[in-house]
Design a protein around this ligand. Structure first.
Ligand code: ADE
Length: 252
């Protein structure tokens, strides 16, 4: 890839270790956002904290595209696991992304982005294949070195696996059975939930920029999601995020 890769991570806790790994870093400010331009494993990157939610992350993605002319965007960080077979500590890769809170029915079908005809955004196939390889390599060769036994038992992680499927995003932290049921009822194939990916996907689609997304499962989007989320974020989130992103960049 000739142009730099943009990497978006929602929260401070998730982004800081990754930023510390950027070689020859140049910090640049556009509006209220900070961008870290430099190299990861010899490849050009621009890392930014996207902010939380669809509006914040769309704004950051637009700045990234406009000012840094990135050739592609990786959206990463943590997410809530929706399907029964996904667990805390697993990795989830998007094969499609939808905004679960978009609803202009009866003017447009539920979940469809008005006037676009699009409900499900598609990530770039080649980048997504590379994400799969990076995630496998991370779990096989690096995981045991960077995540301690103590951390695994504190977080209740057994043997992390990789899942691919539907990413659902919306401006809600999903932490009640009602919210979870609502998503599962309308979008039964949902695999994981967060608050940015499908919005960044829309920006990328409109700007003609390829995107892909991988997240680590921090919680099960249930009544104890807020507790699991905070524990995971503080202990393991940044380790996973930075290690997988580095591996991905190395394999590009
Ligand atoms: N990110 C991590 N966990 C989440 C959840 N339960 N809901 C929305 N975004 C999340």
């Amino acid at each position: 890839m000739n142009s730099p890769l943009g990497i978006l991570v929602p929260m401070q806790e998730e982004v800081e270790l990754l930023v510390s790994m950027v070689e020859q870093p140049e910090m640049m400010q556009w509006s209220s956002r900070s961008f870290y331009k430099g190299f990861l494993n010899g490849k050009r990157v621009v890392v930014a904290q996207s902010g939380i939610g669809k509006v914040a992350s769309s704004f950051t993605a637009s700045l990234l595209i406009q000012h840094f002319r990135v050739g592609a965007i990786l959206v990463t960080g943590v997410a809530g696991g929706i399907s029964d077979h996904i667990h805390v500590g697993d990795l989830a890769i998007a094969t499609q992304a939808v905004q679960h809170d978009m609803d202009c029915f009866p003017l447009f079908p539920k979940y469809m982005i008005p006037h676009s005809g699009i409900t499900f955004y598609e990530p770039d196939t080649k980048l997504t294949e590379t994400l799969n390889k990076a995630a496998s390599s991370f779990l096989q060769y690096e995981f045991q070195q960077v995540v301690s036994e103590d951390m695994l038992s504190a977080l209740g992680i057994h043997k992390p696996t990789i899942h691919s499927g539907l990413l659902v995003s919306g401006d809600q932290f999903i932490g009640t059975e009602n919210q979870l049921n609502e998503i599962q009822k309308g979008l039964p194939d949902s695999l994981f939930v967060e608050m940015e990916g499908a919005a960044v996907a829309q920006v990328c689609h409109d700007a003609g920029v390829p995107w892909c997304s991988i997240r680590t499962i921090s919680d099960k989007a249930n009544a104890k999601a807020h507790l699991d989320f905070n524990l995971f974020l503080n202990q393991a989130g940044k380790i996973y995020t930075s290690a997988v992103a580095r591996k991905f960049v190395e394999m590009l």
